[in-house]
Structures are given as structure tokens and as C-alpha cells.
Design a binder for this molecule. Structure first.
Ligand code: TEU
Ligand code: CA
Length: 536
């Protein structure tokens, strides 16, 4: 089963910001269809598209009001079917994004629950005296419903009530949704915050704190995931679970071929190395020792167990990686290529988030009115209420907001970066005149063409798709190195995460350079240099 995705790369589309076909300023299905040849040219095998189902869009589609219909803002079911079959003809499979931890409060199940229908009240989590839990987006995780005299749980926004997975009827409904899309020709699934779905027993007796932290990897989670995968017939498809604050032991089990749960997991520990004291709304340079420690622990641990990781730096919730761990200035191109190489040559399935292959940067918004994301707007308010200055709050959002990832895809240097003929729903990033697909297409040395090489290398070299992995000592904390081994072959990858020349000691390697961003040697590495050397 792992052969399906071992040599494959996945491309992630955030539909609202990818390509607008009708000038209303919002990306859509026909926009995606028009860009399928571009995606094909990257060499990827799968596209994960963020939710395109009916939704009031309180969280841009992660609040689903109807799992079986297309949001009219994005197109029609007919458009969707065409998109699926056109991709199929190009040898690309779509992975749909199943948001099953919660629905929208506008979903008919929740409307019936609010009306007091006991069947549907049991689809959600209502309590009389809930513990004081905070939600991921700020504020309480419990909303009071006066007409019922009860509170309902929402780990995210109040418009995203959590489903009660302990109710077998809920699990049956969700399996039916999976079967529905499988029947339409969808080739795989991404499951949103899947490991938050099995809630702890005796909720009311738990202490106060962050709601999500009490719900991760809950008591029945493995059983529920296995049941979902087996009963909906997707154990041989590509599936990825988004796992919130999980552990290595749990992810080994989620993605082990023997457990019939998932193909692979997203985990986020490596994207918290720039969180001061674990807090997102802080500013701190990345801790490279911690980054190395986390990757070696997870890569080596998953490898030994025969389980599988989703490899990524970017998605629609994360700031742009070149702005975050790289350099937007002098070493923009070098650092984007180094960061790309680091994840693409690891053991697992790499994900490219739209625009990452162009080296797209953070948004650099200067005013709160430019932000749209519910989480960003909430935390701006919270920071201001806590006495953070306007300038400091804008600086934190500038580094941490999810909108950094959501600015329109930069296709050309023309009107609205070629994203729309109208006015984009979210401002285009100012550097689109330099950073865009059209410009990079014609430059053989571009970040875009470099990503194409990385995708191809995974197909060409079994040591990349299949080899073991081990992190190696480089004698320099700024240079992270690892080796991959398979059948007597050895691939050594060295990545300089600093903007200075860095010396490497103790690495003995002779062979051909498979890919790199300078024509350097491995003993003295240039700023953000990466080198991958194949021996044997
Ligand atoms: O995200 C889950 C999640 O917990 C984070 O990635 C979150 O967005 C971040 O930590 C906030 O600081 C998923 C989706 O990817 C995200 O877009 C949704 O908003 C969220 O679930 C709720 O469905
Ligand atoms: Ca549109």
C-alpha cells in the first residue's frame, strides 16, 4: 500500500486563493481546472484541495454546512466532476479535505440540535456545567444556548460546534460522506484535526485549560479511525490525518500498514521551534537545535517502525517558510531551495503548498483592516486588550497570521498577480511583480524549476523514496545533515540554515552531487547552501 505514495509528491491548493475564473475575486473550481497543466508540469501525483463544500465561510470552508454539495462560491457539482475527470486524465488524483471534528452551526444537524431535537443534540457535545476551556481561536470553547440552558463545545470558533464521535450514528454519517466522494472519483482524503475527535470521558470533571489539549489522541481514537477507514473502504487509498499536538507513538500507530488507519500523518512539532515558551503569538528566531532534534526523533522513529510521515513546511495555516526560516532578501532564492531540499529528500511524502514552489513570502500587511482570518482578528483584539501596542500587534500578525499563507497565488506580474480579473478578496503580496510563476517558468535556475527537479528525484532514486534515514553530526549547529541508505547506496544531505559561511567537520562523503544550490563543497558551506551527495 505504501508503494502508492512512496515516490509521490502532493500539491496543496487553497481554493479561495488559487485562481479565479469569473472575476469575482474568489478562487474557484474552474480556476483550478485551468491550472491543471501547470500542476501536472510539477510532476506531482496528487492534489489536496481545501474544503469546497457548502459553508458560511466563518473559517473559509472549515465550517461545513453540507458535506455533499459544492459551495456556489466555488462552482457547481458539474464543475467538480469535470475537475476530477480532467485530473484523472492527467494521472493526478484529488484528495478531498474532510472536516469531521466539527460542522458549521448552520449544518442542518446543528439546527435541529438547537431546536431541541434529542437525536441531533446527541450529535454534538452539550453540557450543563462544562470546565473552563479556551478555544484554539481565543475565548471560551463553550457557548451557552439560552433556549436549552446548556453549553456546547467548540474547540475552534463558536460557529464550529464539535461532533460527538462517541455516538455511532455520527460515525455512520461521516462514513457515508466519505463513500459519497469516493463514488465521485476522489482518490484520497485529508482529515482535518482528526486526533481531536475522540473526546475524553467525564468531560465535566476535567480541569480548566486549552480545550484541544484535553482532546488530543483520545481514548477511542485508533478504534474510530480504523473503523472509518475500513467501513468506508479507503484503506488502500492515500489518506492523511492532521494530528494536533500528537506523540510519536500515536503517529506510528496511525500510519502503520498493520493498523489499517491512515497512510500518513501531519504533525506540527517542527513548526513550533519559533514559539517562545510554546506560545504562537510571540516573536522568536527558530531554535535550530530543537529543529534538528525533532526531525531526527520523528524521522528515525517512524523509519524504524515502518510508519510514514507527511513532510511539509507550509500549508494554509502556516506563515511562509522562506520568510520564517529562510531569508526574503539577498539569499531569497538560495534559502528557498535549501528549505525545499531539506524536506523533499527526507523519508515520507512531501507536500508543496501553492506558491511555495515560487518562493512566495509573507504578506507584510501594515494595517489590521487588511486581515481577514478569524484567528488573526481574534488574537489582534486579545493582544490589544492585554495592552500590546498597535505596532507590536501588527508585527506579531506579520510573522504569525495564517493570512500570510492565503494571499493570492502569484501567476504573473500583471493585474492582481494574474489571480483575478476583478479585485482579490485578500490583498496580493507586493512582491508579485518579481515573484511569479510566469517569470520563474522562463528562468532555468528558478525556485520553480528546482522544485520540479526535487519531485523528479524522488521518482528516480529509490534511496530517496525507500531508504532508511539517520541524522548525522556536522560539527556545526547551523548545518543540519542527514543520510539516507538503501542497498549499499548512501545519500548525504547537508543544509546550512544560516546566512553565513559555515564550516562542516566530521562528515566523510565522496560521490556525485545529486542536487544543490551552489557549486560548492561540503567542508565549507555558503549562506543557505544545500548539498545532496550520492555515494556508491
Ligand atoms: O487546523 C488545525 C489547527 O489546530 C491549526 O493548524 C490551527 O489552524 C492553528 O494552530 C491555529 O493557530 C485545521 C485547519 O487546517 C484550519 O484551517 C482550521 O481553521 C482548523 O483545523 C479548524 O477546522
Ligand atoms: Ca471566482
Amino acid at each position: 500500500m505504501q508503494d502508492k505514495f512512496k515516490s509521490s509528491t502532493v500539491y496543496q491548493i487553497y481554493i479561495k486563493s488559487f485562481c479565479d475564473s469569473n472575476g469575482d475575486g474568489i478562487g474557484d473550481i474552474n480556476g483550478i481546472r485551468s491550472k491543471l497543466p501547470y500542476i501536472k508540469s510539477l510532476g506531482v501525483k496528487y492534489i489536496w484541495v481545501t474544503p469546497l463544500f457548502c459553508s458560511p465561510m466563518a473559517d473559509n470552508g472549515y465550517d461545513v454546512s453540507d458535506y455533499r454539495n459544492i459551495n456556489p462560491m466555488f462552482g457547481t457539482m458539474e464543475d467538480c466532476e469535470k475537475m476530477l475527470s480532467e485530473a484523472d486524465e492527467l494521472g493526478i488524483g484529488f484528495m478531498f479535505d474532510m472536516v469531521f471534528n466539527h460542522t458549521s452551526d448552520e449544518h442542518e444537524w446543528f439546527r435541529k440540535a438547537l431546536a431541541g431535537d434529542p437525536k441531533y443534540m446527541d450529535y454534538y457535545i452539550f453540557r450543563d456545567n462544562p470546565p473552563e476551556w479556551s478555544s484554539v481561536f481565543g475565548g471560551s470553547a463553550w457557548e451557552f444556548v439560552p433556549s436549552l440552558g446548556k453549553y456546547y463545545l467548540h474547540l475552534f470558533d463558536p460557529k464550529q460546534p464539535d461532533l460527538n464521535w462517541d455516538n455511532p450514528a455520527v460515525r455512520e454519517e461521516l462514513k457515508d460522506v466519505v463513500r459519497f466522494w469516493k463514488g465521485k472519483g476522489v482518490k484520497g482524503f485529508r482529515f482535518d484535526v482528526l486526533n481531536l475527535t475522540s473526546k475524553p470521558a467525564n468531560l465535566e470533571s476535567l480541569p480548566s485549560g486549552a480545550g484541544a489539549s484535553f482532546c488530543k489522541d483520545g481514548p477511542h481514537i485508533h478504534e474510530y479511525i480504523r473503523e472509518l477507514a475500513e467501513d468506508s473502504g479507503i484503506t488502500d487509498m492515500i489518506t492523511v490525518g492532521e494530528m494536533s499536538s500528537t506523540t510519536l507513538e500515536n503517529c506510528i500507530r496511525y500510519s502503520s500498514p498493520e493498523s489499517h488507519e491512515l497512510s500518513m500523518c501531519f504533525n506540527f512539532h517542527h513548526l513550533k521551534v519559533d514559539y517562545k515558551d510554546g506560545g504562537k503569538w510571540t516573536l522568536m528566531p527558530p531554535d535550530l537545535n530543537e529543529l534538528r532534534r525533532i526531525f531526527s526523533q520523528w524521522q528515525e522513529g517512524m523509519s524504524k517502525a515502518g510508519s510514514w510521515q507527511a513532510l511539509f513546511w507550509c500549508n494554509h495555516d502556516q506563515p511562509r517558510i522562506v520568510s520564517r526560516f529562510g531569508d526574503e532578501g539577498e539569499y531569497w532564492k538560495e534559502s528557498a531551495k535549501m528549505l525545499a531540499t531539506f524536506v523533499h529528500l527526507l523519508r515520507g511524502t512531501p507536500y508543496i503548498y501553492q506558491g511555495e514552489e515560487l518562493g512566495m513570502t509573507n504578506a507584510h500587511f501594515t494595517d489590521i483592516s487588511q486581515y481577514q482570518d478569524v484567528e488573526s482578528l481574534n488574537y489582534y483584539r486579545i493582544m490589544r486588550e492585554n495592552g500590546t501596542s498597535e505596532a507590536d500587534a501588527i508585527a506579531v500578525l506579520g510573522a504569525k497570521s495564517r493570512d500570510n499563507a492565503r494571499t493570492p497565488m502569484q501567476w504573473t506580474s500583471g493585474h492582481e498577480a494574474g489571480f483575478t480579473a476583478g479585485k482579490s478578496w485578500l490583498s496580493v503580496t507586493g512582491n508579485y511583480t518579481d515573484i511569479n510563476a510566469e517569470a520563474e517558468e522562463s528562468d532555468p535556475d528558478s525556485i520553480l524549476n528546482y522544485y520540479r527537479q526535487l519531485v523528479q528525484l524522488r521518482k528516480d532514486y529509490a534511496v530517496i523514496s525507500d531508504g532508511d534515514v539517520r541524522f548525522i553530526e556536522t560539527g556545526n549547529e547551523k548545518v543540519i545533515g542527514y543520510e539516507r541508505r538503501l542497498n549499499g547506496e548512501r545519500l548525504v544531505v547537508l543544509c546550512n540554515f544560516s546566512g553565513n559561511d559555515e564550516k562542516v567537520t566530521g562528515v566523510d562523503v565522496k560521490g556525485k552531487v545529486l542536487i544543490g544550490n551552489y557549486s560548492g563543497t561540503h567542508r565549507m558551506m555558503k549562506p543557505y547552501e544545500v548539498l545532496a551527495i550520492l555515494e556508491g
